[in-house]
Write a protein that binds this ligand. Structure first.
Ligand code: AMP
Ligand code: MN
Ligand code: MN
Ligand code: MN
Length: 284
């Protein structure tokens, strides 16, 4: 039986391991179909593919696009995209340009409103020359002893209403879904149970997403409770979306480790039901 993990991060965005190390870690945990889904970039995928080939596992070309939807920051995972798609790469570049400005602005605000000097430079030193995100600021602030862990540092400095929060001007939902579809991929709403959204709003998101051509919902995600899985499975069925599963692995213990995801409930149709990775099993 294949073991899938369709959401994780490397040093191409805010993960702590290189794509090669991420693949090796996933393989060690028994994953044999892996999607690397870095934030707003496909830069880690070439390296990941070489590692996946060496380990003889399937690598799905993935990414996680930052989207602004009403006042919410929603994440859309793309799976199976063509890396050379022009609309996709142009769109991602636009988001990364915003990220570059935003990182400097986070640094300015942390200085102005929290009295913390040098946060931008500190975050940059954790970013491996890639786009800087809040995860890099979190790592820097932990390293200088401001707070002991991610959860505390986000809560105090990096979430809405706190000094280091800069409202995003991310892609529109329609743009993200279109870029993914134009690149031949499937669009997935990442970690839907994690958004601080009313049920009504979440349902509105699912309706819009499906109408735009979105394919799936992360019914299983690294941080979900049993109830979350049950609720998301029911929503996937109700709105006729496929079900995806991913740890959102960033680092050991940051969201979830590889190999620990529960199965997708039987009443859902997995996003991989018609993938070649499944047919390979049938052929054997
Ligand atoms: P950004 O895309 O720069 O806004 O950063 C979003 C990333 O920050 C997410 O993908 C997570 O990696 C991380 N993050 C957000 N909230 C938390 C949290 N409460 N605890 C740990 N990591 C978080
Ligand atoms: Mn992240
Ligand atoms: Mn996310
Ligand atoms: Mn993620």
């Amino acid at each position: 039986m294949n073991r899938y993990d369709l959401h994780c991060h490397s040093t191409a965005s805010d993960g702590v391991f290189s794509p090669t190390e991420v693949v090796a870690t996933a393989v060690e945990a028994g994953i044999n179909v892996l999607a690397l889904t870095d934030h707003d970039t496909t830069d880690g995928l070439e390296e990941a593919r070489q590692a996946a080939d060496l380990h003889n596992i399937s690598l799905i070309n993935g990414l996680e696009i930052s989207v602004s939807w009403f006042s919410y920051n929603v994440h859309i995972v793309g799976l199976g995209v063509d890396l050379h798609s022009e609309p996709l790469q142009k769109g991602l570049q636009k988001i990364r340009d915003f990220r570059a400005w935003r990182a400097e602005e986070i640094g300015r605000r942390l200085r102005r409103d929290a009295g913390i000097e040098g946060a931008y430079e500190g975050a940059k030193s954790f970013s491996n020359g890639q786009s800087i995100g809040r995860g890099h600021f979190a790592r820097h602030l932990i390293s200088i002893g401001v707070e002991p862990d991610y959860s505390k540092v986000f809560k105090r400095y990096l979430v809405r209403g706190k000094p280091g929060y800069v409202p995003g001007e991310w892609a529109e939902l329609s743009e993200a879904v279109n870029w993914i579809n134009q690149a031949g991929g499937q669009a997935v709403i990442a970690h839907p149970a994690r958004y601080k959204m009313s049920r009504k709003k979440l349902c509105q998101l699912l309706v819009e997403f499906r109408e735009l051509g979105g394919a799936a919902l992360e019914v299983v995600s690294g941080t979900y409770s049993k109830d979350d899985i049950f609720n998301m499975a029911n929503l996937a069925i109700k709105y006729e979306l496929l079900a995806s599963a991913g740890s959102d692995y960033h680092a050991p213990g940051n969201w979830s480790d590889f190999g620990k995801l529960p199965n997708i409930p039987d009443n859902c149709k997995p996003i991989w039901h018609d993938w070649p990775t499944e047919q390979a099993i049938g052929d054997n």
